[in-house]
Design a protein around this ligand. Structure first.
Ligand code: HEM
Length: 242
């Protein structure tokens, strides 16, 4: 339930803060970096109890970063030119960069505890090994997509290359779901209610994204076919199978 709540609040804040995010993205990048530093550098006992309790799911477990990645994915599946698309598309790159900074807290936080266990063979169960293998590829994709979201880098790249790189976002999305589910499977199968709820929430969100993205692809294709038909002089109607 906590992830669903985090997603709802993150959607509301992203829409409400769209203008400051567009004008002063660096302030949001610095805020995200500060949250990661607090998670990694400040002993949790030194933090007020509420802050330390909030840091675990929101930053360490990656809830806010994952919610931002979900928003970035859905902006790409919204009807083109629609109100939500026009409102959110201009800050899609900035949201993605904030998410990449925040997920660094998750990656470093869990690498610190899982690497020694991995090297000492103290990890049990195939699901966790597969989940960590997916995590390595996912982390590399996060870095590539994050860096190419920076305006300066985008401008320096050939548009065709940039577009091809951005298509990796689909592999990223699939691996994010697979990684989260594989890491949650052991506690979920042994009756962990929180893990079961999170797994159900991720499944609902990623299934909704799949449907929205396929619907958008279909709408784009029908629109392109109509445009091609309208552009074709009468004589060619035959050629287009009219
Ligand atoms: C080498 C890098 C990574 C490691 C070692 C790692 C490790 C973990 C671990 C141990 C969990 C289980 C946490 C729990 O008990 O709830 C987990 C869950 C998760 N990871 Fe990662 N992860 C890595 C990279 C990533 C990346 C790059 C992303 C996102 C882009 C990500 C997203 C998630 C999500 C969404 C969950 C589910 C959290 C929950 O609902 O509890 N991870 N990861």
């Amino acid at each position: 339930m906590l992830f669903a709540l985090t997603l709802a609040v993150t959607i509301a804040l992203s829409a409400a803060l769209r203008e400051p995010l567009r004008r002063w993205p660096w302030a949001f990048y610095a805020l995200a970096a500060a949250a990661v530093l607090v998670l990694l550098a400040v002993p949790q006992q030194a933090l007020p109890k509420e802050a330390s309790l909030a840091m675990l799911p929101l930053v360490k477990k990656g809830y806010v970063a994952t919610a931002l990645f979900v928003i970035v994915m859905f902006v790409g599946a919204l009807p083109r030119g629609g109100r939500a698309d026009r409102w959110m598309r201009p800050v899609r790159a900035q949201l993605s960069i904030v998410a990449c900074i925040l997920i660094a807290g998750h990656v470093i936080g869990y690498l610190a505890s899982y690497l020694p266990r991995l090297t000492s063979g103290a990890i049990s169960g195939t699901a966790v090994y597969l989940g960590l293998a997916a995590a390595v590829v996912l982390t590399a994709l996060t870095a590539v997509l994050g860096v190419t979201s920076l305006q300066r880098v985008k401008r320096a790249m050939a548009p065709g290359t940039w577009k091809r790189v951005q298509r990796l976002a689909y592999l990223f999305t699939a691996l994010l779901y697979v990684h989260a589910l594989l890491m949650l499977l052991p506690p979920a199968l042994s009756g962990g209610a929180a893990a079961q709820e999170s797994a159900a929430a991720y499944t609902a969100v990623f299934a909704a994204y799949l449907v929205a993205r396929l619907a958008r692809a279909w709408a784009d294709r029908s629109r392109d076919a109509r445009t091609a038909e309208e552009a074709a002089p009468d004589g060619d109607a035959q050629a287009l199978g009219a």
